[in-house]
Design a protein around this ligand. Structure first.
Ligand SMILES: [Zn+2]
Length: 436
């Protein structure tokens, strides 16, 4: 058996058409009806499943270098493969911060060595994420990692002059500024969404306007200097309205929503369980409905996980002391199926657009986010939407266990992931060694 020839038999493409797909030499070799298996192929019956273009995440925290006890590039890549991702984008808030060519090249190489998916480093906008001096964006763009997305995520670039300079600077190499929209003074010591629940619990509130004010400001700034802007993890109905307005005026802005903000509300904070503590915070039912609608109509372009691993001691403590963040890679597609597909809002073509084709296009990842077509690189995800599974935090591939979906039954089992024609996940099991 040649381990790099696969015959996916009887699956459905995103469009619903039933097709066999043959993978060989790293590419999609053949697509057709009832194809004869090529010699040496591993035949996989995927007749209950859908074959999608490999998922692409533009917002992943990998914690290496610096906090390898929470996640490494390798463990995060494995979690990605398990969730159906063939490319992830590593956020810059590592230790040291990814604000130089040296650090982004290190992360890029670690990704290559792990071999489970493309790991594209995101560069910091400002040195040390301090929001003052611009980082070496040009050197990161020219480095082996060829960085095109820059973000201080975790922190907001709150100084409008710094933001303006960054937006202007990246234009020369078609870079993208991704903003974590959170006015720092409006959210000083904030713990959760500002609203009924925060007053009942006595936790310091995080008003929607702290997010919306930055979204509005940066859309206007980006339009003023004619640069591209990407808004990370939109969470409020008001933010959606501002982005919808900007797009209707032809402004060059894209936006993402996380799976958890499509499902979970601030009511969960009543448990005082820090597993539900996240930045930006869980909002209200009304916000969730607005986010779902925005993802459908394209106001929000993509789903991004904001996968944020934390060790147990950062979550098994008082709410106020706990770290912000949740795991996301291994549950993302199931949450999207549950909230968007099973609810009748989207079909699988939409899912493929929002989780693969659009994110790759926004980030200019040229070998990713390609239609399932003969000759394209075989970056593919196979999901059985009729099967369900119970999330178990003790069985995650991530090095951390902070999933808010523990013990939930979710629809959709990712059974296979193919990265550049090689299986990283096969019959639901991670392939143990990927490095060539
Ligand atoms: Zn963020």
């Amino acid at each position: 058996m040649n381990k790099n020839i696969f015959h996916l038999k009887g699956g459905s493409l995103a469009s619903g058409e039933k097709r066999d797909v043959v993978i060989s030499e790293g590419i999609i070799k053949e697509i057709g009806v009832s194809i004869t298996s090529p010699e040496g192929a591993l035949v996989l019956d995927v007749s209950d499943s859908i074959i999608l273009s490999g998922l692409v995440d533009l917002h992943t925290h990998l914690r290496e270098p610096g906090k390898e006890d929470s996640e490494t590039v390798r463990s995060g890549s494995r979690a990605a493969a398990k969730g159906g991702f063939t490319a992830i984008s590593a956020m810059a808030n590592t230790s040291p911060v990814a604000d130089t060519a040296g650090v982004v090249e290190q992360v890029f190489r670690l990704g290559k060595d792990a071999g489970y998916c493309d790991v594209f480093p995101i560069g910091a906008i400002t040195q040390g994420l301090h929001g003052r001096e611009l980082s070496e964006m040009g050197a990161m763009a020219d480095s082996a990692a060829r960085v095109r997305i820059f973000s201080d995520d975790g922190n907001c670039v709150s100084d409008p002059m710094v933001m303006r300079r960054a937006l202007e600077y990246v234009k020369s190499f078609d870079g993208l500024i991704a903003q974590h929209a959170q006015d720092p003074t409006l959210t000083l010591d904030a713990q959760m969404n500002e609203g009924v629940v925060s007053s009942v619990l006595g936790l310091k509130g995080w008003p929607a306007v702290a997010e919306e004010a930055i979204i509005a400001r940066d859309i206007l700034l980006a339009d003023h200097v004619k640069s591209r802007l990407h808004i990370c993890h939109v969470t409020t109905a008001g933010g959606v309205e501002i982005i919808r307005w900007a797009k209707s005026r032809g402004m060059n802005v894209t936006a993402e929503v996380t799976p958890h903000h499509l499902l979970l509300t601030d009511e969960l904070a009543r448990s005082y369980d820090p597993i539900f503590k996240v930045n930006p915070p869980l909002r209200t039912e009304k916000d969730i409905m607005a986010l779902r609608e925005a993802l459908c109509d394209g106001t929000i372009d993509i789903v991004a996980t904001d996968h944020a691993p934390h060790p147990a001691e950062s979550k098994e403590c008082e709410w106020q002391e706990a770290a912000f963040g949740m795991l996301g890679l291994e549950t993302a597609l199931s949450i999207v199926q549950k909230t968007m597909v099973d609810s009748g809002l989207m079909n699988w073509v939409d899912v493929q657009n929002r989780l693969s084709i659009q994110p790759a296009a926004i980030a200019r990842y040229q070998s990713q986010g390609l239609e399932v077509r003969v000759g394209n690189r075989a970056n593919l995800t196979v999901i059985n939407p009729g099967k369900s599974w119970k999330v178990d935090r003790d069985l995650v591939a991530s090095r951390s266990r902070n999933t808010p979906f523990h013990s939930m039954d979710l629809p959709g089992v990712v059974t296979e992931t193919f990265f550049n024609g090689r299986a990283t996940l096969l019959r639901g099991e991670l392939v143990q060694e990927m490095s060539s």
